[in-house]
Each structure stands twice: as C-alpha cells, then as structure tokens.
Design a protein around this ligand. Sequence first.
Ligand code: ARG
Ligand code: ZN
Length: 887
Amino acid sequence: KEIFLKDYKKPDYFFDTVDLTFSLGEEHTIVSSSITVYPRIEGNSSAPPSLVLDGVDLKLVSIKVDGKQLQKEDYHLDTRHLTISSPPSTARFTLEIVTEIQPQKNTSLEGLYKSSGNFVTHCEAEGFRKITYYQDRPDIMAKYTCRVEGDNALYPVLLSNGNLVEEGNLEGGKHYAVWEDPHKKPCYLFALVAGQLQSRDDSFVTRSGRNVSLKIWTTAQDLPKTAHAMNSLKASMKWDEDVFGLEYDLDLFNIVVVADFNMGAMENKSLNIFNSVLVLASPETASDAEYARIQGVIAHEYFHNWTGNRVTCRDWFQLTLKEGLTVFRDQEFSSDMGSRSVKRIEDVSFLRNNQFPEDAGPMAHPVRPHSYIKMDNFYTSTVYRKGAQVVRMYKTLLGSQGFRRGMDLYFKRHDGQAVTCEDFYAAMRDANDADFANLLHWYSQAGTPTVKVTSFYNSEAKTYSLKFSQQVPPTPGQAVKEPMLIPVAVGLLDSNGKDMPLTSVYRDGMLQVVSTDGQPAYTTVLKITKKEEEFVFVEISERPVPSLLRGYSAPVRLMSDLTDADIFFLLAHDSDEFNRWEAGQVLSAKLMLSLVGDFQQNKPLSLTADFVHGFKSILTDYTLDKEFIAKAIDLPGVGEIMDMMDIADPDAVHVVRSFIRKHLASELKAEFLKTVENNRSSDPYVFDHSKKSRRTLKNIALSYLASLEDAQITELALSEYKTATNMTDQFGALTALVQNPGKTRDDVLADFYGKWEHDYLVINKWLGLQASANIPENVENVRKLLKHRAFDLRNPNKVRSLIGGFCASPVNFHAKDGSGYKFLGEIVLQLDKLNPQGASRMVSALSRWRRYDETRQAHAKAQLEMILSTNGLSENVFEIASKSLAA
Ligand code: ARG
Ligand code: ZN
C-alpha cells in the first residue's frame, strides 16, 4: 500500500508513558506493555475515535483497558493492526497488552532478533511494531521504562535506554534490570540488548560539568579493537559542544557492537547499536578508509542525540530533517578532524557516483519524498547525501555564524517536538531575517539540476558577465519543474592565477555590494533564483578565468563555456582546492567520454601530451597535500562516466579507464616508482592526516604501476604486501596485485585467506575484492564463493561484500550475455525470504536497466519481471522492482 505525504493526519491519541517488560526466552519472548493514553481532543465523549495500533508477526496474549480484559468484540485484529473500536472517553486511560514473539526466528533483523546468541533490537523505521502493538509513528513521543528479564548465564548484560534504576536476581537462574529514560522519545529510538558482552569504559566531562560514563560493548576478544571508536566518540562530544554548543544530556552513553545489522548504525537514545564493521578497528585489521568511516559514523550517531532525538521527525517523509542535517554535521566534523578539501572531494565523488544515478533513474525522489510503499526503501543517498547538500546551502547562504543562529533557534523552538522540514527552514530564515526565495523547492523536486554558464568580458566597459540558466530535469511523476534558489560561489582569476578583488556585481541591472566592511571579497555567492539570470561584475581590469561553484556550493551539474586552456589554468592556479581537483576531473571526464567514442568506433586509443603533462605536474608537485594529490590523480569512476552517457556502455568505459591508467603508468613509471618509495614508511601505524596521506598516495601509485603487468612491479607489490605492518598497506598491495589474472593473484589471495581466516571482518574484504574483480567470467568464481564457509546469506555485511561487490563490476555484473543479471535475480529471491531490506537493496542494482543497450535491457528486464511474478514477494522488493519496470 502506498502512503502519501499529503495524507498526513495528526494522531487521535497520544501516549504519555510506556512501561515495557521483556521476558526473554529461547522458545519465545513475552512482551508486556502498559501505556497511558490520552486523546488529542478532550471531551469528544459521545463517540471517541477508534484507536488503531500497528503490529506485525505478533501473537496477542491479552489486552486490557483500565485493568479490564477486552472481549473479542471489543477489538479487531488483522495481519497488521489491532483496532480498539470504542476506547474510553476519559481524559486518560491505561492500555495493557501482552504479546509473544520469536526473536530467534527473526531473520529480517528488524524488531527484536538474535545475533551471535545475543538479543538485539532495530526499530527504525517501522520495526517496533514487530515487538508489540503500538502507534508506530514518530509523532508519538512518550517516556519509557523497560524491565528486561533473562537467563543469568546466557544474558549477563541487560541494557535499554536511559538510566539503570534497579537490578537483581530472580528464581531459576534468571536476573532482571530496569531502565528508565527520562527523555520523551518516539518508539523507533527504543532499544534493548541482552547477552554476553564486555565493555571498554571511559568518561567525558561536559562543559557544564556533567560526568558521562561511556561504554562500548562487544565480545571479550574484540575489546582491544574499540579504542579508535572510543576516541572518535570523545572527539565528537567535544566538537558538538565547540561548534554547536550542544551537550550530552544523560550520565551514560552506550554503544553496542552487533555482527548482523542491516544498516550502518542506529542512534537509539543513549544506546547506539552499531554494525561491527563501523566500530572494530586495529591497525593490523582495518584500513585508513575504515578508520575514517568509523570516525564519521560514531560522530553521526552521537550527533543524532540532538538532531533526530531531541528534535525528531513528524512523519517519515521528513527523514532528511534528521538525516540530511546529521550527515552535514558529520561531514563538517570529519573535515575538522582531517583535511577539509579532501573530505569535500570525497563527499562530492560519492554524491556523483551514487546519488546522481539515483536522481536520474526510476526511483528518483526529492529529498523529502511524496510517497512510499516501504519506508526502508527511502534511506537513500538522495535523502541522506543530497539532503546534506541542501543543509550546506543554508550555511553557504548564511555563513557559519548565521547558520549557528538558525540552529540555536531551531532547538529553542522545537526541543522535545516532532517537526517538519519547513520548521527547520523557518528557523534558519527567522534567525537571520533571510530571504531564501524558492529554496523550498529543493525539498519537493527530484532530479539533479543542470546549470549552464556563459561568460563575456567587455574590455571597454571593464565588465565581466556570467549568464546562468537552470533546468531541473523531469523525473517519474514530475514532468514540469520550477526554478530553485541555487547558490553559486564564484571567484575570478587574473592572468597570474590570483583571485581578483570583487567589490560589486549587477544582478538584473540591480547593483549588489559584494565587499564587506570595505574589504573586497575574493569569493562571492551569487544567488540564482530564475530560469535565466545574468550577473555583471564591474571594474574587472582583464579577462578573468572564472572559478565557478567553488567548494561545490550546490548539488547541480555545471556546464560552462570554459575552454580546455581555461580548465588547465584552474587546475594549476585555483585558490579553491576543491575546484582545482574539479578541473582535473572535468578534463579527465571529457577525455574518457571522447575515448569511449573512439572505442565504440573501433578507433585506436591515445592520450594527448597535454593530459599526461597536466597529470604529471600534479603527481610531482611537492607543495600539494599528499592526500589531495591522491584524489587528483584518481580518475572519475566508471559509474560516474556512464551516468554522463546517453546509452551507458560499461565495457567501453571500463576499457577506456583501464587504458588511461595503464598508459599513464607506463609514461610516468619513474614518477610513480618514486612516489611509492618516498611515501613508504616503517613507522608504527597512526591514524592522522599526514600519515594517512602518505599511505593513500603510495597505494594509488602502486595500483597504477601494477596495471602494467610487469614482472619487476609484481615483485615490488609482493614485497609491499609481505612487509606491510598494517592493513592499509597490506590490502593496498593486495588490491594492486589482484588486478591481473594469473598464478600470483591466486597465490596471494590464498595467502591472505590463510592469514585472516579467523577474522570475519577482514575476510569480508577478501570476499569483496574478489567479487568486484573485472576478470572475465568472474560470475563463476562468485557462485563458488557463495558456497564458501566464509559466506552466509543471512549476514548483511557478507551479502554486501560478495553480492554488492559483484554488482560494482562493470564487466561482470553488466556482462552482455545477461549472466550477471541472472545471478542477481536468483540471489534476490533467496534473500527476500530471509531479509527483505537486504534483498531490496540488492535489487536496486537492476533498477537503472534502461540506461543500457537493448541487449542488456532485455536481460535485466527479464530478471525484474521474473522477480515480480514470484509469489510472496516482500513489499520492499516489490516497490523497487515494480517502479523500475514502470518508469
Ligand atoms: N537512523 C540510522 C542512521 O543513522 C539508520 C537507520 C536505518 N534503518 C532502516 N531500516 N533503513 O542513519
Ligand atoms: Zn542517521
């Protein structure tokens, strides 16, 4: 059933307090809940509206109202609801419900389930209804207590939200704990954990003097791997105080590590639950990239305590209210912990590789969707990542201080409430008296806008004009779009490559002063609000080269009339590091697209001397930040280039990308070798920007070199592999080596397995590396790996590594004979029976089938049709598959 934003209705009843008791057992678990209910409108006595509770896969044991057992005719049960048709018309009544559930059989990993023998919950978005009958919607906020009873030996640790208020022993080897959460919360933030866990303990004193005890819970053997997560948590707590003035609001903060988890992590009040891959790290087992993700996600979940928990969403359409904002906050945090421009580059690449295709496909939706069948399908890069870009636009428009004023007002107005995206917008606007023109359209219009720019220099008048036009493409269900506010940060470079001072600009003939306090600006933010708009800079003494959309000030596709010479100039001189990188990407993308054309016409491929030279000058520029160099010499991804083509051609893009890499490696072999040598280090592993930069640069240089398939390089990579003292270097060398099929590849993969057999997280990397290989006919290897003892279809991380990894291979997933699509079709059906959320994530790989040639289209469509015709399909998979075929 499809649900629409426009149909939102306030609940007829609110809940004040919720007291839960869980009696955990091996056969079944009994959940007793006691809720105080009050009507939204009091004195509606004659015919009180019925009270509809959500519930799925529950066995109702008993139901009482004000202590009286309800009779069969007093309520109605169907597979999704329990409806009490005539509740008391009193100002307040008590509802007591007992249900029986079987967490040990719950493979969907939502609601209460078991992972590695422990009980754990995941409720967002609508999993609480698998625990007990409830109004499972975020605008129902209540105060909770939770009593947990379980076997002492099997479940020595019993956790829930808030403060521990009581614990003790019970008969029959059991014990109990009572938790009380003083903060009102929606049920999606409820959590319970019971099992054999140990904790790393630490503490943090907030700036107003509260001593918070911090605990990260995991198995005894993994405890040493939680140090980085703990440091990240303390850094996040400090940062949120420093940057936003936000303090933690309880005396205890728990994080629990879980091996079987659908998503990354969950911000349950004071009891965050994390996918193990986002907590556990040691220098020997986790790479720099994983250290960075852990830091970012620990921060993300912690930041939700204010943006998500204290102020939550009115309904699930508003998800970006908390997710877009919290992603923005974690991106800012990571920028402050490492390199701001490198972080920006990573975030923009991610957006282009993942969100742009989504926004151009059949599932395209605005950051605030208009409808959904299954909410879980809308935890997307659009809601999260594009949503974060929309939040960033406020900051670009208001500046840091203005943004902070907006945040302060947002909390002042809405603490303890469940609100909407308009409420956030209004707080930003009102705190700054700002004019955001048509910015709100970003929340309702899907599709990546295209912004075209043409420039003109008038040497007599000494003016420089930039003409912008914007177009938001049609998307399913939205043929016609309105123009939106697009902030474009601009600087103008003089012939020496220096930023020109900007004093004023005419917009539609109206003068706007750009300088502040008499000081000229070197970057100014132009606010484009119309379909076409012209800006004219005055007192410009020579023809400048414009640096447009600095720092990627809006999530758009920019098309300008800059020449290649202009872009090379920006690559060499732009003071905005992001745009220097961008210049390189634009040149690479142009080259790749033109070589793709050549390849398709059977023309020989070649590189221009200019390109090689530009590339070399970046690689050998010792004044540049090393991690920046690593980003700048990385070519745009296959997905990003396919996204720019009318008919995506995975083979051609793969061949071209490999050709350029190999060609650069052979032309610049000496420089790459030197890069490897200069950045090798035998120092103990430290996760900091300077050390990480060296490792990143060394590994990308090694990977270029390995594309040469040259015996000397293979030796070098093997020696890097063998002498590595940390996972970043070891896996970097492994990745370089396995590009090429042959005995070395097989040997080194076997060696790696032998080394790490005992560590499932490392073995997942091993699975992923093999699955994503572009070695022809790899689908057979992947089928073999399905049967490997390291694989388990019930574990989402393994599925993501093996199946998700496979879908990332342009050669094998998109094999022209349809073998890759067929493989995926089979897996989706198997997985859907166990875990619908996981299955629908996988089926999404087929959703952009119309982007390919007719042969591939036919193969992919056949799989989607096969999936849709299957009986008992989950709503999750149904929604993706049917929308993919319909669009
Ligand atoms: N709120 C979690 C986060 O921090 C994600 C939960 C996703 N749950 C789901 N069923 N899709 O982003
Ligand atoms: Zn989140």
